[in-house]
Design a protein around this ligand. Structure first.
Ligand code: 173
Length: 321
């Protein structure tokens, strides 16, 4: 009788616990480091919607907000420490936590290839060790950065010019002789308006969303590097998810990385829009253009290797063409 009772009770308990576990919904708190009206963050919100639809009753993402909710350069530590569970961010914003993250800008191979070659696994290990994070998906890709100016130049020489940067552009623009000023994207408009800077680095896309076309006279061609914006997840939060929950988030990540945006099409439209807005292009001679790009990569890798003598050379091998 006694053992029958115990059996009944433990069976009941097990059943109740199993039901509770199945019913338990996990919510991940997510932050974006680009403004909410940008194409970047709008697409991230589509990713969030996909998770929330497929993960109904299982896993949900609670979008906290953009850079007004948390300054971009603080996102790395917040993700590492679990203040947020998920971040939509570019490597240049968290070099304080993981200097190697800035090397994503130097990839000259598609993500699908990097995921097969060992390059992705190498980076994933660094995210694990240095950032307490899981790299879920790269969103921005196949899009160059450019130098935008309020004053014309005739050759690849930025002597006497003050240029707004992030770590993405620091080594290259410094090598071209610029005085560099680091700011978050949210401060660029005011810096241009007040004449604190004579130009800025930014990808080929996105300036209209921030109103910068009003203050931009020139775009320098060619572009250089490869813009990166990705979704990363706090490792403790990731490890707490069940396999089924991880599957939901992973599949949305795969969508974001491979189908999130047709960058070639998006960028072509942005180029047209810049032209229509009267932004002139400064085009170097073929020889100068080639030297300009070569200098970009040389300075970029030199910077990465200086920041990370241990991993920089290996990343160069993996990422370069
Ligand atoms: O703020 C920036 O210029 C920057 O570093 C960046 C990186 C990736 C995409 C857009 C901007």
């Amino acid at each position: 009788m006694r053992s029958g009772m115990t059996w009944l009770l433990s069976t009941l308990c097990a059943a109740i616990l199993a039901t509770a576990a199945a019913a338990q919904e996990t919510t991940l708190r997510a932050i974006a480091s680009f403004a909410e009206q940008t194409h970047y963050t709008k697409t991230f919100l589509t990713f969030v919607d996909r998770v929330n639809a497929a993960g109904k009753g299982s896993v949900q993402i609670n979008f906290i907000g953009g850079p007004k909710a948390m300054p971009p350069f603080e996102v790395g530590n917040a993700l590492k420490n679990g203040v947020v569970d998920m971040a939509f961010v570019t490597g240049a914003f968290y070099t304080n936590v993981m200097p190697e993250a800035d090397a994503w800008k130097l990839t000259e191979r598609p993500m699908a290839e990097l995921r097969k070659s060992g390059a992705f696994d190498y980076m994933a290990k660094l995210y694990d060790q240095k950032m307490n994070a899981v790299f879920l998906a790269r969103y921005a890709n196949d899009s160059p950065f450019h130098l935008y100016l309020t004053k014309p130049i005739t050759k690849p020489d930025l002597s006497g010019l003050k240029i707004r940067i992030t770590p993405v552009y620091r080594d290259f623009f410094s090598a071209l002789g610029a005085t560099v000023v680091q700011t978050a994207p949210g401060e660029v408009y005011t810096a241009l308006e007040r004449g604190v800077v004579d130009g800025y680095g930014w990808p080929i896309h996105g300036i209209f969303e921030l109103g910068w076309q009003e203050k931009t006279k020139y775009r320098v061609d060619p572009g250089f590097y490869n813009a990166e914006v990705s979704v990363i997840v706090n490792k403790d939060a990731w490890n707490k998810l069940s396999d089924a929950q991880r599957k939901v988030v992973t599949e949305a990540g795969q969508w974001l990385e491979s189908e999130g945006t047709d960058w070639a099409k998006h960028n072509a439209a942005e180029v047209e829009r810049q032209k229509a807005a009267g932004i002139e292009t400064i085009v170097f001679s073929p020889a100068e253009a080639q030297a300009f790009r070569a200098k970009a990569y040389a300075a970029g890798w030199e910077g990465v290797i200086k920041q990370s003598p241990e991993h920089g050379p290996k990343l160069k091998e993996f990422f370069s063409k």
